[in-house]
Design a protein around this ligand. Sequence first.
Ligand code: ATP
Length: 490
Amino acid sequence: MGIGFGLAAVIFLGIAGYDVFPLIFLAAAGAVLYFIARSRGLLARSFAGGNPGIRHEVTFNDIGGQATAINELKEALEFIRNHSDIQKLGIRPLKGILLTGPPGTGKTLLAKAAAGYTDAAFVAASGSEFIEMYAGVGAQRVRKLFQTARETSQRMGKNNSIIFIDEIEILGGKRGQTTSHLEYDQTLNELLVQMDGLKVDDRVRVLLIAATNRVDMLDPALLRPGRFDRQVKVELPDREGRLEILKIHTRNKPLADDVNLEAIARETFGFSGAHLESMANEAAIMAMREKLHQIHHRHFHEAIDKVMMGERLDRRPSPAELRRVAIHETGHAFVSEYLRRGSVSALTITPRGQALGYMRQTPEDDTYLYTRDYLENQIAVMLAGAVAEEMMLGGRSTGAGNDYLQATKTADQIINSGMSELGIIDPETLPRSFRYRTQKKILQAQEERVRDYLEIKKKELTRVVDLLLEQEKISGQQLRKILGQQIQCA
Ligand code: ATP
């Protein structure tokens, strides 16, 4: 309305013969200053993630694979929902809930759903927004954030307000540890002051929900009773969890009959909710590119590769390089199948991300504890690419660098967990020469084992390499057919 009136006044003055250019100039300068201030977070609106107090539609039903975290969070939120009982019993209010866990597991979603569950206004900010070079700016922003939370809920006629701060470790790291620590310390102090100021009889009850994947970096003062009283762990989803998330993110997508979400959940060990969402989206984009009206299983397969390895590249290696890559990947695949039947999901020589080709394994089950046998088998699969190259081409290439790195790390795991010939050791004080010798022994034993097996399978190896060069991609089933193992595998 203001802009309308202003414009009308300028036009009127212009028609009446006044010089309106200074006015136009002043208005333009004002607008520029306003946008600079907004973008630097000096105005309250910027703290609210762009949408101060707008009711978010996210509910706990939109969050998959986090049943424990949701239950713990709901339990904590009862403090706000049953506010009158809490007051009668003289219980002090819950001021903060800390969500901890890896990126993309749904911490922001949980905070949004908490706002809906408690009928609260939702105001969001990220830890990095509070850190400036100038002393006092961060503290001022913290005050503004709490003020915005109160004003927003009042404006919306609500009694509760949830402030969500992502990456709290940036703002709440241990005091006195950064070079410009005065500014950091002042900002954190202000946050503590604001939290301490929250009272049970406040007209607007403010709850702070913060998220971090580095809880070890937080200042102990933040974790003291009366500040972040509750910690809720948000873990990477297990297989059931991944299936739930996949169902959520394919709810609005037309799936063909051949899509097997359970198989996809099995193949995506280690994926976060964000990875799964991105994968489902990529699959839909691939179907659209093919001008199809439904998404097929192969689209999901390809999307897994894309999320894992990056975008498919147009770069084309030379025929000699391609042959080497095919031999390398087939080596990995043969040993993987030998050690665990049905474990290869696909192998390809299409360059993607940093890799010129890759072999994808299907994890049998989510595994959290590893035996020595298991780790040695992993090393054998990692070394098989280089051994196959050496056997078929008479020498190795730089393509195996990353495999060696992984294999050495795995050998270290064996040593550090007391499963090597050194017995139980203190990783901190173990002399480097001991570690090196033991690593070498573990790696050499697996190299020999792999060589013995691949020598026997040389003929089949050549057949698979030729097929791979022809088709560019081979499924696990095709591979098993050639290896003479008729194993049913997803
Ligand atoms: P970060 O620590 O990087 O801020 P986060 O844990 O806050 O990540 P979100 O921002 O909540 O993760 O998740 C990003 C996106 O990933 C969500 O918008 C959603 O699409 C998807 N997602 C993540 N976790 C889940 C889940 N458990 N269920 C359903 N979708 C999820």
